[in-house]
Design a protein around this ligand. Structure first.
Ligand code: GDP
Ligand code: MG
Length: 664
């Protein structure tokens, strides 16, 4: 098959156009623009196909001279096998620039309306898709304005004008005067034709803004002659070869005639133009080009994205720990995806190419931004834990206050993050915000921890000192025991507070606000008072109290005021001493039933609330035990009977020793 019936007699477009074209030229090795379209226009049986076949080595059907049979109706396309040449010995030269030829086989449009329609549509199609339109005309028709050719030209011009006036695309009208005799010089014929063309042009109904424009604003005009095929056989062949030289030398083709649509898309473009002609819509060529551009750019964009996705999947981003390496990898993925798009899509209408490019970038960047965020999130995690560690290290150096350490370390971490993240082109403001939030949360936690540490350290110190003092004071019980205890308590807490708190310890150390500072102070007092209660309540038991009182009794009974052991001389002396010591000891027992101050006769009540649970939740029974209450009546009786027994034993022992001395 050397030629393809592009449009058949039923006006159907042949979908095999692309494979047909690609057999000769697929445009893959260059930009797809190295091709030319030439078509022919003219009345039936004026030797159009004969001319094309000789000129381009095509094999379009030619009417059989003997039978005068009609050729098959339709528009045919063929790749030029060669271009006729007067220079080459073979008479032909290579078709290096891929000239494709459209041959229109019509009927003499005078008979049927349908034929006329086809003739007009074919002519329009030829004109709107070609760079060069060969207008084939007999010499003897020149000047005959009424000729069918001119009428058709007028129609075609008119429609053409309505199409092109907004975006003019020039093409060359190459008039080929056939059966040229030479009697009238070609220049004269040229003048005649130009006059006719101008007449046609003037008589056209033109769109408003095209009124001042000339035919040459839309078409370049060129004229050649070809001698009679039968009468001047040699000249006929030579004329065709000379015309071939013009095509081969590119002197006819101009850049501005080319539609600049890569060959693969050009087939779609052709199809769409034909559909538009068929539907009798206005042929809006720029729109067609944009449609093609959208179609192809979408396709190319998708391909580019697919390649990107494939390469993206192959990268193990987790391994790219270095931020620069990571950023470079993203950059490379991006540019590698854009390169094939740019090289294929940039040939199409720029606005569409750029618009789709934006879309592609957006799609790619979305993916890459996600990846970048993922990495930044793990960077944040690492940095936050690094922050805690560095705060601990700096704290050990003890050369700055804690709040200052927190601030300095957080600033250092943020700077580190900024440096890392800014290597990548993608926005990181959201992640930065997240980091700052986390750092402030962690700072708050560390401050809280630090504060609790201080509180518990102070409480521990209190505990040790207070326990010691309590034991000491209770070892020498007296009626004003709790006044003494409370005095000690005040002394210890004051000394601790003055050491750690009065110089704004929390404030200084932890950067707390005035209110926080106040609250912390209350917290400290609460824990001191709680410890006070716990220690006293733990210590003052039936056991301890009876032991304390027994010891007190022994001291009073066995030793004199100078701490010298007494030597009993007689039993009345023992009785007297016993009664005295016993009365004193028994009078001390109530001291251990409740913490009451001797000087005011009031219970000790903590100035701060130390109940751990909400008091409203407590039952009536639980409320009975107050801060000051120590031994219950039962416990007091228990202690009393134990102390009494022990005092009696000591008394009897003393008596026995006196009696033993006197009897011996
Ligand atoms: P088409 O319908 O325009 O394609 O014309 P064809 O190429 O089919 O030719 C129609 C008839 O004209 C054929 O019988 C050809 O031999 C004849 N013919 C072709 N070229 C010429 C020419 O240059 N001069 C004359 N007088 N006849 C020609
Ligand atoms: Mg023909």
């Amino acid at each position: 098959m050397s030629s393809l019936q592009l449009i058949d007699e039923n006006k159907t477009f042949n979908e095999q156009l692309l494979p047909y074209i690609q057999r000769y030229y697929d445009g893959k090795d260059d930009n797809g623009l190295n091709y030319h379209i030439v078509s022919v226009f003219g009345s039936q049986s004026t030797g159009k196909s004969t001319l094309l076949n000789r000129l381009f080595g095509t094999e379009f059907e030619v009417m059989d001279e003997a039978k005068r049979q009609q050729t098959t109706k339709g528009i045919w396309i063929s790749h030029a096998k060669y271009i006729a040449s007067s220079k080459a010995e073979s008479g032909r030269t290579e078709n290096n620039n891929h000239v494709f030829v459209l041959d229109v086989e019509g009927v003499d449009g005078r008979e049927k309306a349908d034929d006329k329609d086809f003739e007009r549509k074919s002519a329009l199609f030829a004109l709107s898709t070609s760079e060069i339109l060969i207008v084939n005309i007999w010499e003897h028709q020149v000047g005959l304005y009424q000729g069918a050719n001119m009428e058709l030209l007028k129609t075609v011009f008119e429609v053409n004008l309505s199409l092109f006036h907004s975006n003019r695309q020039k093409c060359l009208l190459l008039f080929v005067v056939r059966d040229f005799t030479g009697v009238t010089p070609l220049e004269n014929l040229e003048e005649n034709l130009k006059t006719d063309l101008n007449k046609i042009w003037e008589s056209l109904s033109r769109p408003e803004n095209c009124e001042g424009l000339k035919i040459t604003d839309f078409f370049d005009l060129s004229f050649v002659s070809i001698s009679h095929k039968h009468f001047q056989k040699e000249r006929f062949e030579e004329d065709i070869r000379l015309l071939g030289d013009k095509f081969a030398s590119d002197s006819l083709f101009k850049q501005e005639y080319h539609r600049n649509i890569p060959i693969d898309a050009w087939t779609i473009y052709m199809d769409q133009i034909w559909q538009q002609i068929e539907l009798n819509k206005d042929l809006d060529l720029p729109t067609q080009q944009i449609l093609v551009a959208r179609f192809r750019c979408d396709e190319i964009m998708q391909q580019a994205y697919d390649i990107f996705e494939e390469q993206y999947q192959m990268v193990n981003f987790g391994e790219l720990e270095d931020s620069q390496v990571f950023a470079d990898a993203l950059k490379q993925l991006r540019s590698e995806a854009l390169a094939p798009y740019d090289s294929s899509a940039s040939r199409y209408t720029q606005s569409v190419y750029l618009e789709r490019r934006e879309q592609l970038i957006k799609k790619i960047d979305q993916r890459l931004t996600e990846t970048n965020s993922q990495r930044l999130n793990s960077v944040i995690k690492k940095l936050v834990s690094q922050f805690s560690e560095q705060v601990q290290i700096a704290k050990k150096k003890r050369d700055a206050k804690f709040s200052g350490i927190l601030e300095a370390q957080a600033a250092a971490i943020v700077a580190q993050f900024r440096e890392d993240a800014s290597k990548c082109i993608f926005d990181h403001s959201r992640e930065l915000e997240q980091l700052e939030q986390e750092l402030s949360d962690v700072s708050e936690q560390l401050r809280h921890k630090e504060k609790n540490l201080l509180l518990s350290r102070l409480t521990k110190k209190f505990q040790t000192q207070f326990k010691e003092k309590l034991t000491e004071i209770t070892g020498d019980p007296s009626i004003d025991l709790w006044d003494r205890v409370l005095n000690e308590f005040s002394e210890i807490t004051q000394s601790l507070e003055s050491k750690y708190v009065s110089d704004d310890a929390y404030d200084y150390q932890l950067g707390m606000t005035k209110q926080e500072n106040k609250d912390t102070h209350i917290q400290l007092l609460q824990s001191f008072w709680t410890k006070f209660k716990d220690i006293v309540h733990d210590y003052v038991t039936e056991d301890t109290v009876s032991r304390i009182l027994r010891n007190k009794f022994e001291d009073l009974f066995r030793y004199d005021d100078n701490d010298v052991p007494r030597v009993w001389l007689n039993t009345p002396e023992i009785d007297q001493q016993y009664n005295k010591a016993r009365d004193t000891v028994l009078s001390l027992l109530p001291v251990f039933s409740k913490m009451v101050l001797a000087r005011t006769n009031e219970e000790i009540v903590p100035p701060v609330n130390i109940s751990t649970t909400d008091s409203e939740e407590l039952d009536e029974d639980d409320k009975e035990s107050t801060f000051a209450e120590l031994l219950s009546t039962k416990q007091q009786n228990g202690a009393l009977s134990r102390v009494k027994k022990e005092m009696d034993a000591i008394y009897i022992e003393a008596k026995r020793s006196v009696m033993a001395n006197t009897t011996s």
